[in-house]
Design a protein around this ligand. Structure first.
Ligand code: SF4
Length: 170
């Protein structure tokens, strides 16, 4: 994987270091496979080393969206709809949703090759890594909550309202 911190030339060309989106797209030149979606819950199992997306896309059976079986990482780009200033709005929306036991503060974080360059890690630290394996790049339109979380137009306040309204009261 490209490491901009190793290149003096890159540093001068890009004053802010390039960070990587862990919910990226497979079709950019730099795109790599972050992990494989596995098991009944589709949790991501992270690759030890990045594999260029272009090397694996041909192996995904026709008719299956690559993001259904794999998670990709690609550069965070200023034109991303999830950008809020220099931050990622997606991880902030994800953090708004109450976490399960696997995301407790004491749980270990996955081994992940992207961490030194990961936008979410730099922005939200361990909490991002606890939430990350459950993130789907492809969302079911039947799942209203994940659809709301994925929508860049959703604010954390709207999410909190939705969650409160959906939480049964005794
Ligand atoms: S949030 Fe954590 S686990 Fe997910 S890609 Fe970034 S460093 Fe890896």
């Amino acid at each position: 994987m490209e490491n901009p911190q190793n290149s003096t030339e890159d540093r001068s060309a890009h004053p802010a270091p390039v960070t990587w989106c862990p919910s990226g797209t497979p079709d950019r030149p730099e795109s790599v496979v972050l992990g494989v979606r596995s098991g009944p819950e589709g949790q991501v199992v992270y690759l030890e080393t990045p594999v260029p997306a272009a090397e694996v896309l041909g192996a995904v059976p026709e008719g299956i969206a690559p993001t259904r079986v794999l998670r990709f990482a690609s550069h965070c780009v200023p034109e991303c709809a999830n950008r809020v200033g220099t931050d990622c709005g997606l991880i902030e929306r994800i953090r708004t949703v109450p976490s399960g036991p696997t995301a407790s503060a004491t749980a270990s974080v996955p081994r992940c090759h992207l961490r030194p360059h990961c936008t979410w890690w730099h922005q939200a630290g361990v909490e991002a890594c606890h939430r990350c394996p459950a993130v789907t790049t492809l969302n079911s339109p039947d799942d209203e909550l994940t659809t709301l979380v994925a929508d860049p137009a959703t604010t954390p306040e709207q999410l909190r309202e939705w969650i409160t309204a959906d939480t049964p009261t005794d």
